[in-house]
Design a protein around this ligand. Structure first.
Ligand code: MLT
Length: 407
């Protein structure tokens, strides 16, 4: 018999969002009249921009003609889209040879782990998007869960006490550092000064940063960096992963990209970009050509305007949620809500309470699904994440119910 990959036996729980969905289904089965509203997974809800949808529909229809048909494309992505992403998001910071188109940031994060193998040391912000940790466990770069997290992973607490920026001195040399900004789940968005500290630390200590910028489009504060490449020195220490999911509503369409600078090197001086090219051409077969047509439309003048409008809509939802969490019922229970206005998540602390208990209480009393902070790591305990993705009427109804929650 073939032995099981120990990475899977080391994983302690199911992936966070299916577990949230399972609890929701179980609750709904026992309460068929409950009109449940989800402020759980960050899944987009608003219709695609007609401009972007038309580009995809035109492309799809053309596939039924001899002139318009195309089969496999370049595994690294359509060259026009690679150039456009470089031009729009990374002017003077990256060129097309450094941009790789994919089926989304989550898939890239998983594939990136093949670049570093099972011997790499890993550090994550705590709390963090679960793919960094779970993916590292599956890849064998982390061991068993000892109750405080997985062995081999350095958890870097990011809490209100340190303004959600980790103590970098806790990171060993030659470590792969996952860093997400605007952060999922806390919403904290690193300043230029903070990112400079991170970049300098990585360069001085032989570390590589996997910079998850999937929520960059939510940044409204003009002083905050939208990409790590705004920081001098980032090209020798950082890979950026990014996505059309949240700004363009492509969570189901699937389209993302990674930036792997030509200057980035392994210990032996070999090129990370060249190995990433090998990963993408060997383990991936190119993003959907229809989705890439949508990506190109998203980056023209109209597309960019439409994406900004969609993100503004979700940001307003976030403000409504934050306001209700500052109501008397929450305040008197000591609840503190964090919402930066530069990300889609509201992160709230319920002092002295376990995250899953609060999750169950809100589900039971308000019929609102949230995400328990402890699902993002040990430092997320006692927190709840509220997602601002939702139709406005649902958000308003959820806020009404939350305002009546007895804590
Ligand atoms: C989240 O809710 O954390 C994310 O939307 C899930 C994802 O992007 O995979």
């Amino acid at each position: 018999m073939i032995k099981r990959n120990t990475g899977f036996s080391n994983l302690t729980a199911g992936y966070l969002f299916p577990e949230v969905a399972r609890r929701r289904r179980e609750y709904a089965a026992g309460h068929p009249d409950a009109k449940i509203i989800s402020l759980g997974i960050g899944n987009t809800t608003e219709p695609l921009s007609p401009h972007i949808a038309k580009a995809m529909s035109d492309y799809a229809l053309a596939l039924s003609t001899p002139e318009g048909y195309s089969g496999y494309g370049d595994e690294q992505g359509n060259s026009a889209l690679r150039s456009k992403i470089a031009e729009v998001f990374y002017p003077r910071m990256a060129d097309a040879s450094e941009i790789f188109i994919s089926d989304g940031a989550k898939c890239d994060i998983a594939r990136i782990q093949t670049l570093f193998g099972s011997k790499v040391k890993v550090a994550v912000q705590d709390p963090a998007y679960p793919v960094y940790v779970d993916g590292s466990v599956v890849a064998g770069a982390a061991g068993k869960n000892n109750g405080n997290g997985y062995e081999g992973i350095s958890y870097l607490p990011c809490t209100p006490e340190n303004e959600f920026f980790p103590d970098l001195s806790k990171i060993e040399k030659n470590t792969l550092i996952y860093f997400c900004s605007p952060n999922n789940p806390t919403g904290a968005t690193a300043t230029k000064e903070q990112l400079k500290k991170l970049v300098d630390f990585a360069n001085e200590n032989g570390c590589i940063i996997i910079y998850d910028a999937a929520y960059f489009a939510f940044i409204r504060d003009k002083n905050l960096p939208k990409t790590i490449y705004e920081i001098p020195g980032a090209k020798t220490c950082a890979i950026e992963v990014n996505s059309f999911s949240k700004p363009a509503g492509f969570t189901g369409v699937r389209l993302g990209w990674s930036v792997v600078p030509n200057e980035l090197k392994f210990e032996d001086g070999s090129s990370v970009n060249r190995d990433w090219n090998r990963v993408m051409t060997t383990l991936f077969n190119g993003a959907s050509n229809i989705a890439q047509a949508g990506g190109l439309a998203a980056l023209d003048e109209q597309g960019l305007k439409d994406m900004t409008a969609q993100v503004d809509y979700y940001l307003e939802n976030g403000r409504l949620i934050k306001n209700v969490l500052e109501g008397e019922n929450f305040r008197s229970a000591g609840v503190v809500a964090y919402f930066t206005g530069n990300g889609p998540y509201v992160w709230a602390k319920f002092p002295g309470k376990a995250s899953w208990d609060i999750f169950d209480k809100i589900l039971d009393e308000c019929h609102v699904v949230t995400t328990p902070g402890s699902g993002f790591g040990p430092a997320g305990e006692s927190f709840i994440r509220f997602s601002s993705f939702g139709h406005r009427a649902d958000i308003e109804e959820a806020c009404k119910r939350l305002s009546l929650l007895k804590l």
